[in-house]
Ligand binder design. Structure first.
Ligand SMILES: [Zn+2]
Length: 172
């Protein structure tokens, strides 16, 4: 039913636009009054100051993790070079460099990966350290031997940290 309505709106855009215009003119005073509710505006502003950034950061972390799961095809993504599993250290790496040239970055890249618009066969998961080493190897032929020495937390403790970071959402 919802789909049908959406479809109808899509194919009758002009009609919808006219209706909305008419509605705005008819209910101008009501809408103006609504707009002018300072209390409401302030409340919204306050919410944003208090929670906005935190909300965005949490959502971005979730997207980052989900995109890494897709790229690595692992439930718990890990660095493909040293095996580091701490998601705070992990990044999506371009196998043939060129990450700086790609116009999709950060959240936009995660979105493209999650929606399937961006292919992932030229991407891999590395930790920050291996990402830098990979860059130096490719660019200047300088080589490193990097060893991951563990997380300092048990698996249980890591699960708690993860729950704090991402909530109880299930990941496939
Ligand atoms: Zn690594």
């Amino acid at each position: 039913m919802k789909e049908k309505a959406t479809k109808w709106r899509e194919s009758n855009k002009e009609q919808v636009r006219l209706y909305q215009k008419e509605y705005r003119i008819k209910n101008r005073e009501k809408l103006m009054a609504y707009d002018l509710t300072e209390k409401h505006k302030n409340h919204r502003k306050l919410w944003w100051v208090r929670n906005g950034k935190q909300y965005c950061v949490a959502r971005n972390k979730k997207k980052h993790f989900l995109a890494m799961q897709i790229v690595s095809n692992q439930k718990v993504p890990e660095c493909c070079r040293c095996g580091c599993k701490d998601s705070r250290a992990l990044e999506i790496n371009h196998k043939n460099l060129g990450g700086r040239k790609e116009n999709l970055r950060g959240r936009l890249l995660y979105d493209a990966i999650i929606s399937g618009k961006r292919k992932t066969d030229d991407l891999e998961i590395t930790c920050r350290v291996c990402n830098a080493a990979h860059y130096l190897e490719k660019k200047f032929d300088i080589h490193y031997d990097i060893t991951f020495k563990g997380l300092g937390l048990s698996q249980k403790e890591r699960a708690v940290v993860r729950r704090e970071m991402f909530g109880n959402g299930k990941f496939q």
